[in-house]
Design a protein around this ligand. Structure first.
Ligand SMILES: CC(=O)SCCNC(=O)CCNC(=O)[C@H](O)C(C)(C)COP(=O)(O)OP(=O)(O)OC[C@H]1O[C@@H](n2cnc3c(N)ncnc32)[C@H](O)[C@@H]1OP(=O)(O)O
Ligand SMILES: O=C([O-])CC(=O)C(=O)O
Length: 456
């Protein structure tokens, strides 16, 4: 998709024309994509995209080409591309906050929804639209405040997002008899609400669990600022420029990783039953809370802190190698390493790593230095161990150490930050699912007897 940040800035200079909203922009694009899908179905509907082996059926569906997913495609060697752009290209082309250097998640969300790089004016208007939606209904605040502090923050998140379904426009309009061609409009409305309110839910969870509750001392949402600033500000980090920029980068990078990962796929699957976007994304958060998926970022911190406790602040490579072997020999995984699709270091890891290296305050942090050291030695150990198909770091390897450096030390919370981001990718496709009229998802399953019968 064309347009660069330079032209986005030029567009911003035009000034006088009213900027289209994201809904108006989608109204123009949707008919073209509907026509493309129709052409794909009529011209190529009976062609095959590959055979399915028994190994794939019993092995988690690896490599089966199974879903339509437009905002991003993952290449095993190269990593993710969002509407064709790699991460460095997104960093080059997408608008930042005024005075900031990192991609604004609002710009990334617009891009994921529309496939077009927003101009600075579109970004500003979209930011205002989202922040304008970010206040929580009173019942959601009450539900969150009533939950036990001993409940994992991701469970708080699942419950908070599900409770937003009370005000779902999609559910209400479906009940009132809306036509299929109209589904995408309330799906978009709910998705914008879900993303915006997720940031506020996340801040409330943090304040409830680790501070004095979400009381009057918590600053009100500043409507002139972006979602990341408001989240940071509400949890007490608003004055740390480094932290706010990290939250912007973190939220932009974790948005989407094509459709097959657990959280994205769950959003799509649950949404295919025409459950509203809140229920669909709440279900996805349950999957993100698994240690083989999003929860790995908290596990990475637990792993590094365990290593630091045992080996001190600056262990030798040999000591780190021994520590990794000890973990593997206990039958545990090395969190933050391996991937179901990637076969090279994750470019999202590289982007976070570069963030850490270019900020002097993080570059010298002992926990961040361990991330770097693990990156040097862990692939060799995992290769020698011989099990994982990918011995390289994934995104979860670096993210926690940076949050930890800036003072967000409660690592049980880290996956919540992942969750505010993944909403943007999962829900962007959910809007397209409804715009393209995709059907309920219902693949075929087989019993062992049925597999044997089929292959014999
Ligand atoms: C945002 C994200 O979700 S990124 C992923 C985050 N998860 C993690 O970092 C957890 C650690 N990594 C893993 O558990 C895995 O690599 C996964 C879940 C990411 C991918 O799983 P798979 O596609 O099944 O990986 P793969 O085919 O390479 O697994 C083969 C074997 O290697 C093992 N393996 C894979 N990664 C690791 C690892 N990091 N440490 C030790 N063993 C590993 C698997 O457990 C499996 O062992 P088994 O044969 O005894 O069951
Ligand atoms: O793609 C996957 O399976 C896991 C992952 O990295 C993500 O969801 O971000």
């Amino acid at each position: 998709m064309p347009s660069s940040r330079a032209s986005a800035r030029r567009n911003a200079g035009l000034g006088t024309q009213r900027v289209l909203t994201v809904r108006e922009t989608l109204e123009k694009i949707i008919p073209e994509r509907q026509a493309l899908l129709k052409e794909i179905k009529t011209q190529h509907g009976s062609k095959t995209l590959g055979n399915v082996t028994v190994d794939q059926v019993v092995g988690g569906g690896r490599g089966i080409k199974f879903m339509l997913w437009d905002p991003s495609v993952l290449d095993a060697e190269e990593g993710i591309r969002f509407w064709g752009r790699s991460i460095p290209e997104c960093q080059r082309d997408l608008p930042t906050a005024v005075g900031g250097k990192e991609i604004l998640p609002e710009a990334m969300f617009w891009y994921l929804l529309t496939g077009k790089v927003p101009s600075a004016e579109e970004t500003k208007q979209f930011q205002e639209e989202l922040v304008g939606r970010s206040e929580l209904p009173a019942h959601v605040e009450k539900v969150l405040d009533a939950l036990p502090k001993t409940l994992h923050p991701m469970t708080h998140f699942v419950i908070g997002v599900a409770a937003l379904n009370h005000d779902s426009k999609f559910a209400a309009q479906y009940k009132a008899g809306m036509k299929k061609s109209e589904y995408w409009v309330p799906a978009l409305e709910d998705s914008l609400d879900c993303v915006a309110k997720s940031f506020t839910i996340a801040a409330r969870i943090y304040n409830n669990l680790y501070r004095n509750g979400h009381d009057a001392s918590v600053p009100a949402i500043d409507k002139s600022k972006d979602l990341s600033f408001n989240f940071a500000n509400q949890i007490g980090f608003g004055e740390s420029e480094g932290f706010v920029e990290l939250i912007r980068l973190y939220n932009s990078l974790h948005t989407d990783h094509e459709g097959g990962n657990v959280s994205a796929h769950t959003t799509h699957l649950v949404g295919s039953a025409l459950s509203d976007p809140f229920l669909s994304y709440s279900a996805a958060l349950g999957g993100l809370a698994g240690p083989l998926h999003g929860l790995a970022n908290q596990e990475v911190l637990r792993f590094i802190l365990g290593m630091q406790k045992e080996l001190g602040d600056s262990a030798s490579d040999e000591q780190v190698v021994d520590f990794i072997w000890k973990t593997l020999n206990k039958g545990q995984v090395i969190p933050g390493y391996g991937h179901a699709v990637l076969r090279k270091p994750d470019p999202r890891f590289m982007a976070l790593q570069q963030f850490g290296v270019k900020h002097p305050e993080t570059a010298n942090d002992p926990v961040f230095k361990y991330v770097d050291q693990l990156y040097r030695v862990a692939p060799g150990v995992l290769t020698e161990h011989g099990k994982t198909k990918n011995p390289y770091p994934n995104v979860d390897s670096a993210s926690g150490s940076l949050l930890y450096h800036y003072g967000l030390k409660q690592f049980d919370f880290y996956t919540v930050t992942f969750g505010t981001s993944r909403a943007m990718g999962g829900l962007a496709q959910l809007v397209w699912d409804r715009a393209l009229g995709l059907p309920i998802e219902r693949p075929k399953s087989l019993s062992m007897e049925a597999i044997l019968k089929a292959v014999q």
